[in-house]
Design a protein around this ligand. Structure first.
Ligand code: SAH
Length: 399
């Protein structure tokens, strides 16, 4: 069992923790000097000597650990994690029953009571992501609890705990059980995705957009000329094509996006003739589109929150308005822009101001038709709203 260390919380942060804020920031604690080993259990006390909570110490870019329990007597052991998993599984009962969706998030960090740990479910294979060395110290305990909580075919892991929260490369991310086929074909809302559980940091699909993709397919895509920018493996384009889009264009800078996107179309039996896949910088593509007079009925824009390429740096919090202006210019009147961001450093209100500024600067009217945040399986802790990072708006360009 990890050692338990007593630390004192500064008076001004006591109420925040008592009210359920789950993240331990450096400034919350009087003195960190005795806390050395990641994975240590911290017993948080008020400066009047009252127990507040138990947490673990794990260095992440967000903070220095997460609250695990408000009970002094509770040990952080296999039984503890089993109780968390039981609750997480019950909460997602509808996903386990749904034959049309075999890929979803099973455990979502602080939303399910253990910050720094996520588990995704891919048709019976489990992908565990460790966000700090601290939580990784609990690996054996957590895997034991997991094995006693549900049936599975195999376990994979991603370790994301270098200084910037990036993926730590490994010869293999396979942990135990049987190995998944490569690709493993999973379903989401009846659409197939080819995923690779042991091919670097990313598996080929971001599970948090399932409701947005479904909305595009079911209610928007029919007969549309569709553009997907920052398209990665083309998941939005696949849904648009399946939903009856006249044609799709997917634009991404990464060379691998071309074969990966082709593959996602193929596993859905979509005819590639009407699907364009362009490996290019999105900002160069805009210039090309203006020159050629290309325009679209529906445009998805889902940039990384921060990206640096040889030519430029893009930061969602600084550059989203400018990006949208380019998009608006190539969107037909009456067309719909799906603007998405996963930047955690601003909220929906702020995001709406970026959209408003873009249209105002161009003197064009618009109407917000839909708004999305994280889907149900990405359970959010109500005391940690920053955890609800996804913001998506469907915006109709009026004129
Ligand atoms: N919308 C995608 C996920 C986007 S991930 C989906 O739903 O699956 C961000 C992608 O942006 C990455 O694939 C990255 O290669 C791409 N990217 C980053 N900067 C870019 C740029 N300037 N131009 C085009 N693509 C870019």
């Amino acid at each position: 069992m990890p050692k338990e260390l007593k630390v004192v919380v500064k008076r001004e942060f006591e109420d925040k923790l008592k009210d359920g804020y789950p993240l331990i920031l450096g400034e919350f604690i009087e003195d960190w000097s005795g806390v050395k080993k990641q994975g240590s259990i911290l017993k948080l006390y008020s400066n009047r000597g009252k127990f507040i909570a138990k947490a673990y110490y794990g260095e992440q870019n967000k903070g220095k650990g997460w609250v695990l329990s408000y009970k002094d007597s509770e040990s952080i052991d296999v039984e503890f994690f089993k109780a968390k998993f039981k609750d997480a599984i019950e909460y997602r009962a509808e996903f386990f029953e749904n034959q049309d969706t075999t890929a979803f998030r099973l455990f979502n960090g602080e939303g399910d009571g253990v910050g720094g740990l996520t588990i995704d479910y891919y048709d019976g294979f489990l992908l565990v992501t460790w966000y700090s060395l601290g939580i990784f110290e609990f690996k054996d305990t957590i895997l034991q609890a997991l094995k006693e909580s549900l049936e599975f075919k195999g376990i994979y892991q991603k370790r994301r705990f270098d200084a910037k929260g990036q993926y730590v490369g490994a010869e293999s991310d396979f942990v135990e059980g049987i190995k998944a086929p490569e690709p493993l074909i999973v379903k989401e809302n009846g659409v197939n995705f080819a995923v690779y559980l042991d091919d670097g940091a990313m598996v080929g699909v971001f599970l948090d957009q399932k409701d947005v993709r479904k909305t595009i397919r079911d209610r928007y895509a029919k007969d549309k000329v569709f553009l997907n920018t920052f398209s990665y493996t083309g998941a939005f384009s696949v849904y648009a094509a399946v939903g009856g889009a006249k044609e799709t264009t997917s634009v991404d800078l990464a060379k691998r996006s071309l074969p990966k996107t082709k593959e996602q179309f193929s596993v859905n039996g979509v005819d590639l003739d009407k699907q364009k896949i362009v490996v290019a910088d999105v900002f160069d593509y805009f210039k090309y589109a203006f020159r050629k007079g290309l325009s679209y009925d529906m445009v998805v824009v889902d940039p990384p929150s921060f990206a640096r390429s040889k030519k430029r740096t893009f930061s969602a919090s600084k550059d989203y308005t400018k990006l949208l202006k380019d998009i608006i210019a190539i969107t037909n009147k009456g067309g719909v822009i799906v603007a998405s961001t996963n930047a955690a450093n601003f909220g929906m209100m702020k995001f709406r101001t970026f959209v408003d500024k873009a249209f105002r600067d161009l003197g064009i009217k618009y109407k917000i038709e839909e708004s999305f945040s994280l889907p149900k399986d990405f359970r959010v802790n109500e005391n940690f709203i920053e955890g609800n990072y996804l913001k998506v708006l469907f915006i109709k360009k009026l004129g």
